[in-house]
Every structure is written in C-alpha cells, then in structure tokens.
Write a protein that binds this ligand. Sequence first.
Ligand SMILES: [Zn+2]
Ligand SMILES: [Zn+2]
Length: 217
Amino acid sequence: MRLGKMPRFCPTCGNSSDKEKFYGNFCMSCARGMLKERLPKAAEIRACKRCGSIKVAGRYMPDSARSIEGAIKPFFGRMGLKVLRYKGGSADIEVSEASEHGNLSVEYEIEIDQKRSLCDTCYKKACSYYEAVIQLRGNNYKIARFIERVTRFLDINNGFVTKVERNDNGSDVYVSSKKLASAFISRMRIHPTASYTLAGVKNGKRIYKNTYAIRYE
Ligand SMILES: [Zn+2]
Ligand SMILES: [Zn+2]
C-alpha cells in the first residue's frame, strides 16, 4: 500500500482520484455531466426575416457568431460563454462556471430557435418609409455621383434610400432619416434650400418631412 493521500472515489461512477482529476467531490467527467444537465438545450432569439440581422440587447446586429453570443448570453446568467461555431439552426458553444473548486467548462451544441420578424430598418423599407427628400437639379454627372455617395453613407449608418424618382430636370431622392440626410449634406459642405412640410402629428408632436433642393451647375 502506498503511503500518503488515500484515493477518493466519485460517488456517481466510482472512479478513483488516482485515475482521474476531481472537481469538488466528483470526478471531472461527472462534474461536467452535471453542469451540462443544468444548461439550456435550446435558446430562442429574434432574427429579421429579410436581412437576417439578430436582436442583441434590444438592437439588431449583423448575423455573426458574435451576435449569436450576445443574443443567447442571457440564458447563461453569470457563466462564461463562447460561441465556437455558428451553423444557423445550432451553435457549438463553450460554457464555463467558476467556483471554489476552480473553473469547470463544457462544450456542447445548443439549438438556436430563430423567431422571424422584421428589424426596424426592413420594416421601414417594407412600408416605403421616408423622412426627407433631396431634390437634385442640373448637372447629371454630379447628380449621379451624389446619389452614389448618399446611398453609401446611409448604408453605413443604418439608413437607406427609399426610392429615386427621375424626371426631366433631375432626380428626387427619398431618404429614410432626416438626421442622416442633414448630416450628409453638411459633410458635403453644400447649402441647399430647405423646406419643411407637416406630415402628421405623433404623440402630440408635429412631424415634418424635410425637402432639400440642390442645384448643380
Ligand atoms: Zn464520476
Ligand atoms: Zn432586416
């Protein structure tokens, strides 16, 4: 018989601490098994059925492993969570829990249940929403450049061009956000003629649609 520490035995499987690492009173594999038992097998998230973006803490984010991590984090309380692979309907994750015995972590596949809806941007697109109209007149080349640049600017800033109407004198660009429209205009250092039309009243506040007229020589 060996001197020194007596081996301990796992109450669940009978494994001895001579052969396997222990975590608290249990062998590592039983401790992992018990942790896994307590973890959710599926998590429900919200995803946009048009653009696929995912709702994370109240905001829609691009579809990625990182967004999935944020979206399912609330199901794991204070435990550590890492999404290793995201495969659409499911994800391989690593969950870890810290206690006085150290750190215990498990890897497993969780089912991701996507509830489909429309994100704010796609909802607005779907109903042709717009807050501002930019009327472009004059030089066709400059008008085309403007449309290209404003479209890109809106895209980067979570806005969009609702539609572009061409006529004999130029183009009217309908824009989802007047805030972004005026931000773009001031960035371009142009000074359009602005006018405001009352579009309605919402929660006791008057809602205006802005129209900016720009003439290119
Ligand atoms: Zn065991
Ligand atoms: Zn969307």
